[in-house]
Design a protein around this ligand. Structure first.
Ligand code: ADP
Ligand code: MG
Length: 386
């Protein structure tokens, strides 16, 4: 962590030629359980991870905003008066989109000073760990501080989401920003996507010697392509046919009736969402009553539901999950939107190397490209670094 901080300060100095006013950081996140429940106004249980995006920021005397990142070979510059989604493109739409979104939600952009930002990150990009929310959340807390806005963290999460929806143009929910901004060490964020109420849930991984292994299949998925939108449409259709506003209003007890009302495919999509919501609630209860070693069956059941009912898994994800289950994992499931991306396995530290070897072997045996495997632990959310 201090390494990145040193790099960010040095990067800022080299680029802009003065000392930054401060540094702020925000983590990526992983979703422990609760997949495709967010847009159905249900429950999710993500946690902030020990991979962070760090930014250095200096205030300017004029009204210019400049952003740069070790990730890109350019400094993007814009006058605050010009900030609007139409003027923001590429990676710079994330940090500058947050400045714009703050203006939409109460900051007086005509009265605040311009700024220079330099960004450095060890959150893998596009691996489903939400490097996007990390950058948005780091910029949101930084501008909230230096512009003296006094906005609370849930509001900053909605500002990050607004930036991503409008300035970047990605139709994502509020889970990622909530995890990045509200997360705490060794804890998960239990988020109700309807009320937006959240609660910090002790995970107890550390005391139990557990870690989460990310198994990134390297198979790229794009939310722009059919599958994701199709699943959302099925959920909306199911809700409409069942006469409810969202699938949040359907419980496991309603499923027999739903089976009679819906065609088979829509029924199975609905069943995934309904049972997944229940699994999130059961995971929270189990964590409280019995601790993290008892949640394995819920993780496994979540995967089966995504594979069989929601049909968003692929052979590589199934192989990663099955190999983990056969090699000491407490539980495993694919995570994220599906059709590629990563699976997760909850596992004791002592069993890690055995599992990593088994995964590499299994993928080679099936002729699949080598997956990228790495450990994440639940970490502190966004914070000021200096
Ligand atoms: P994910 O959030 O799963 O990592 P996204 O596609 O949502 O993937 O967001 C990735 C995008 O966020 C990148 O393509 C880039 O535009 C932006 N981004 C992420 N990290 C950085 C960074 N350190 N510097 C600049 N842009 C970044
Ligand atoms: Mg993202």
């Amino acid at each position: 962590m201090s390494d990145i901080r040193d790099e960010v300060r040095a990067g800022f100095n080299t680029l802009y030629g003065y000392e930054p006013a401060g540094m702020w950081s925000a983590p990526g996140r992983v979703n422990l359980i609760g997949e495709h429940t967010d847009y159905n106004k249900g429950f999710v249980l993500p946690f902030a991870i020990n991979r962070r995006t760090v930014i250095a920021l200096g205030l300017r005397e004029d009204r210019v905003a400049r952003v740069a990142s070790s990730f890109a070979d350019e400094v993007v510059e814009i006058d605050l008066a010009e900030l609007s989604p139409e003027h923001l493109h590429g990676w710079a739409a994330y940090p500058l989109g947050v400045a714009w979104a703050l203006g939409e939600r109460g900051a007086d952009l005509a009265a605040v000073p311009g700024f220079d930002i330099f960004i450095e990150s060890d959150v893998p990009v596009g691996a489903g760990l939400s490097s996007s929310a990390a950058i948005e959340s780091a910029v949101a807390i930084a501008l909230n501080d230096v512009w003296c806005l006094r906005l609370d963290r849930p509001t900053l999460a909605s500002i990050g989401q607004l930036a991503e929806n409008e300035a970047v143009g990605a139709p994502t929910g509020i889970m990622d920003q909530s995890a990045s901004l509200l997360g705490q060490k060794d804890s998960a964020v239990f988020l109700d996507c309807r009320s937006l109420d959240s609660e910090i849930i002790d995970l107890g991984f550390d005391a139990a010697g557990l870690v989460l292994l990310i198994m990134d299949t390297g198979v790229s998925h794009s939310h722009a392509t059919g599958g994701y939108a199709e699943r959302r449409a099925s959920c909306e259709l199911g809700a409409r046919m069942l006469g409810v506003e969202s699938l949040r209003d359907v419980t496991v007890d309603d499923l027999p009736r739903a089976r009679e009302t819906l065609d088979d495919v829509t029924f199975r999509r609905v069943r995934h969402v309904v049972t997944e919501n229940q699994r999130v609630l059961d995971t929270v209860r189990t964590l409280r009553e019995s601790g993290p070693t008892a949640i394995g069956d819920l993780l496994d059941a979540s995967h089966l539901s995504m594979r069989n009912d929601f049909e968003i898994s692929i052979a590589e994800l199934d192989l990663a999950v099955e190999t983990a289950q056969a090699n000491g994992a407490i539980g495993a499931r694919m995570t994220g939107g599906g059709f590629g991306g990563a699976a997760i396995a909850l596992i004791h530290r002592d069993d890690l190397s055995r599992l990593q070897v088994a995964i590499d072997g299994a993928f080679a045996e099936h002729g699949f490209g080598q997956p990228d495997t790495f450990v994440v632990v639940p970490a502190q959310g966004a914070s000021r670094e200096s």
